[in-house]
Each structure stands twice: as C-alpha cells, then as structure tokens.
Design a protein around this ligand. Sequence first.
Ligand code: VAH
Length: 316
Amino acid sequence: MNKILVTGACGQIGSELVVHLGREFGRENVIATDIEKPSQHLKTASTFMYLNVLDPHMIAKIVVDYEIDAIFHMAAILSARGERDPQAAYEVNMQGLVNVLEVARRKKVDKVITPSSIAAFGPDAPKENTPDNTALNPTTMYGVTKVAGEKMLQYYYLKYGVDTRSLRYPGIISAETAPGGGTTDFAVDLYIHAVTREPYACFISENTPLPFMYMPDAIKAILQLAHAEPGRLSRRVYNVNAMRLTPAEIVASIRKYIPGFRCTYQPDFRQAIADSWPHSIDDRGAREDWGWKPDFDLDAMTRDMLEKIRGKFTIL
Ligand code: VAH
C-alpha cells in the first residue's frame, strides 16, 4: 500500500482512520473523501476531496489521477438511519460498494478494505460467542446490505482477484467524531452527557448486552487486517470483538469517575434492532490468522473517553 483512497472519511471511524493513515503514509498519499465538510484536523492529516460514492466516474478519476493502490471504503448509512430510509441505505451501502469494487477491478487497485458489522447476524444466530460461520439473517436493511456486501467482496476476490478484506465491527465507542444514525450511538452519548453533567435518557434498555469495541482497538484491527500477508488470510470477512457490555455496565463504569451521573431508560424503535443482534462474538479466526487482540477493557476505555471528551469541551 502506498497511495490510499478513503471514502466516508468524515464518519465516526473514517475520521480517525485517516489520521493514522496520514501518519503512516504521509498526508499527500492519503486521499480522504466524503460528501460532508472535513474538520481542520482531517484537512491537516490528509488530502481531502469531495466524493460521492454513487459517482463511479469520480471514484475512477481519483484512482487514476492519484495512482491509488488501496481503498478503505468506509462510506455507509448505519442501522437506525437505515430503518428510517431503507432505500437510501440500500443505494449508498450496496451501489456505493459495487462502484468501488468495479473501479478496483478495472483500474487494478490491489486492496479494498471495508467494514462489515455484527449487524450481519440476525435473531437466529447464536447470541453468545457468535462464530464467523453461522446463519446470516439480519432484520435490518443495514444488516442486509452488510451480508450482501460480504458476498460481493467474496465474489470480486474469487472472480477477479481483487484483494478484498472486511471485519465485522461491533458497536464502536469513540470521543473524536460523534457517530450518526447507529443503534449503538447511545454508548457515546452516555459519556458526553456524563462530562457535560446532563442527565441522559438511554434509548436502549439497561440490561441489553451488545458487543462493543473502543475506537483505538477498531483502528488497530482494520490496519492489522490491511497489513496482513495475503497468505495468512483464510477468509475475506472476520469477526472482531473486544467487550460484551450493557448500558447499565457502562453507566456503572462512568459513575466510578463521575458519581452523580444520572441515566434513565426509555427504549425506542432501536431496541428491536439491538435485540436482533448477538450479545458477544467469537473472533478466534482473526486472532489465529492475523494476531488480533484488543487492548482496552471497560474501565480503561472509560478513563480515556472521559479525559478526551473533557479536553474537547475545555477547548470549545
Ligand atoms: C450501528 N454502529 O449502530 C453501527 C454498528 C453494530 C452496530 O454496525 O448501526
């Protein structure tokens, strides 16, 4: 990898991934793209351009002009927003991915790395220690596009030799860029409300177990997968896991540092989405094939999150 294109660079994961890629490859070698306005941080870390992944000609132009040899395709509409507008989620998540894969095939891009999600699993998958290989019957459009996307990655690898790589992320918790339109966004909201001393009405019930990962581990995972020797990969899509957490457990961890934090629970339509997902994930494949191992547990994440969020509000 020398010249990298990132789509969805303003997103929750994309915005932090670009900073790490810029440090590793140089800002002139990382073309960060999105349809949103970039932060100053993003503009400093990379070369930013406007790109809508529904425009295959623009994707091809950037790949040719900048001699792109690897694409991190991060642009997607997440689960909750996807249930409000399933057709938009299908178009962005499916057509956007196919546009990227077609350009990669035609312009000989070496690698395409793009996230899948534990949202690819549905109610009939094992709830605890959900394995890489099991039923993939999601009940959300987001999950449907993730399953279909996984199959497209497999097809382009087998048929055209595009080195496609993917990881099924759990809920990602981060301090830098607020997530948008996800069912697991409550976990970030909890930390922000605790720091700003505002009570929070959590839209997921307190004892709902879900798989989670702290952003530094999410970045570590996708970069480890991207750098893995091709011969070590036994599959295109890997489960990755870090923590099994309920809202109540996150609140209890926060209260160790902010005792007065108040949280109530008012589940909404997103509860049914969360209930369809696994509680915990078996990621032995990633650990065995490319050495995956998370660094952060709940309290280490809480300490780091509270410090980072306090720093942001102090600056503001
Ligand atoms: C969402 N953050 O909530 C995403 C993620 C497992 C959840 O895919 O839709």
